[in-house]
Design a protein around this ligand. Structure first.
Ligand code: SF4
Length: 429
């Protein structure tokens, strides 16, 4: 039996749980406290009393999914799903104590705060002067007039939040071994899904193009994965192959609209290549993007990795992340950068998303190597899922296989608006 066939067998238990999730409906869980941070906790867990919420203009609001709690720049919650006045809306949510805190914090000047579909506050006034009145306002004070102030409201709901025990926690606290088996099975499932793309690519003899597209998308993070994918598809390897790496970079940066004429050296390389920009320009989402994560730099990093690909494919998985960081710096001097083009965290993601599945598809990895996969920095979805499954903040897995399992459970169950904890297959085995 090949390792890929074994992966399928090992992930069968998780696949069964996942199949059970397809028949379930919407979720709802909850929390609370007093200041802005406490309101965020309240929003994340949605533990306030179940009653019809109304916006300040009287429109009914239903929270289908509160969104992902964002601890970095930008709105407090991203990718929320709400039903406002009967209309399903997806986007970002920002929380404050008073509406005018929006002005005080200067969010209007920050493009990262775009895509807002709801402003949640305790008080209904004073109104925000720099926020469009089109953005709906939910004032909790109006919806919960029985509570005199935020501390009273939060104390009440904080208690109910802590009393919530998710059914998966009850199951796994009885049996840590079952938890570990579930995480490993989910991890195998995730790796298998990633590997299948390469298996299909190998059958169609375009595995390298699949790798190239995957590398570009990984460099785009979630926000710019799509324009990076489009770039790799519309300007494929077959078009770039005749050119040296620096010219490939100049071509891609120019056609993507990331290069300006003042960067003469690169501009001339593109001009001499004869490759035309597309009629429909690329659209990049640069809201809140830090200079070091700008797509121009990420593109240079991707081409550095591509340049060294044959060497990288021969390295052990343990050595790979460091070697990727080094390889990505090939064009660093050409774009006058003093700092690394790809950091250790992104290199770990590239390893797990691309090198591991590709080598699995080629049948080059063993079960022992999968159990020693390097882990990534712990992300919010990993921590959140671990907390739900174990009730603990500490002890989150550091190895790549179990981390992949946490991410898979997060997207299939905990962050899936069709799942209710009470009937969640993970909790009910
Ligand atoms: S969705 Fe399932 S796994 Fe996630 S917290 Fe609820 S019961 Fe646990």
């Amino acid at each position: 039996m090949s390792l890929l066939e074994q992966l399928k067998a090992w992930s069968a238990e998780y696949e069964c749980l996942r199949a059970g999730s397809q028949t379930l409906h919407e979720a709802g869980e909850a929390t609370a406290l007093g200041n802005e941070y406490s309101l965020q906790q309240l929003w994340q867990h949605q533990t306030f009393e179940k009653k019809a919420l109304r916006l300040t203009d009287g429109t009914p609001l239903e929270v289908v999914e509160p969104g992902r709690w964002n601890h970095a720049d930008g709105p407090d919650f991203q990718d929320a799903i709400l039903i406002i006045g009967g209309e399903l809306r997806r986007g970002n949510v920002e929380l404050h104590v008073r509406p005018a805190d929006w002005d005080v914090h200067g969010h209007a000047k920050d493009p990262a705060y775009g895509g807002l579909i709801l402003h949640v506050t305790w008080y209904a006034t004073p109104v925000a002067k720099t926020l469009s009145p089109q953005v709906p306002l939910l004032a909790l004070e109006q919806n919960f007039p029985e509570y005199s102030d935020i501390p009273t409201f939060c104390a009440q709901h904080s208690q109910s939040a802590h009393s919530i025990e998710r059914p998966c926690l009850a199951r796994f606290s009885q049996s840590p071994l079952v938890l570990d088996r579930t995480l490993v099975s989910a991890g195998y499932y995730r790796l298998m899904a990633k590997t299948n793309r390469f298996v299909e690519g190998l059958q169609a003899e375009n595995a390298m193009q699949v790798f190239y597209e995957g590398l570009m998308m990984t460099m785009g993070y979630s926000r710019n994965a799509e324009p990076f994918r489009r770039l790799a598809k519309e300007y494929p390897l077959t078009l770039l192959e005749p050119f040296p790496t620096k010219t490939r970079f100049a071509i891609l940066a120019r056609v993507a609209g990331l290069l300006n004429e003042s960067q003469r050296d690169l501009w001339d390389l593109w001009w001499a290549s004869g490759v035309k920009p597309p009629t429909e320009p690329f659209v990049w989402d640069l809201r809140g993007v830090r200079p070091q994560n700008h797509p121009f730099r990420r593109l240079a990093g991707a081409l550095g990795i591509w340049h060294h690909l044959s060497n990288l494919l021969g390295l052990s998985l343990v050595d790979l992340p460091k070697a990727i960081v080094k390889a990505a710096d090939l064009l660093k001097a050409d774009i006058d950068s003093r700092i690394a083009l790809v950091g250790a965290t992104r290199a770990a993601v590239v390893t797990l998303n691309l090198f591991v599945p590709y080598r699995l598809a080629l049948g080059e990895l063993s079960e022992r190597q999968l159990h020693a996969l390097p882990g990534e920095d712990l992300s919010m979805p990993m921590r959140d899922t671990w907390m739900r499954l174990t009730g603990r903040k500490d002890g989150c897995p550091k190895d790549g296989l179990r981390q992949q399992g946490l991410l898979q459970i997060y997207s299939d169950f905990c962050h899936n608006h069709r799942i209710v904890c009470a009937t969640c297959p993970i909790a009910n085995g």
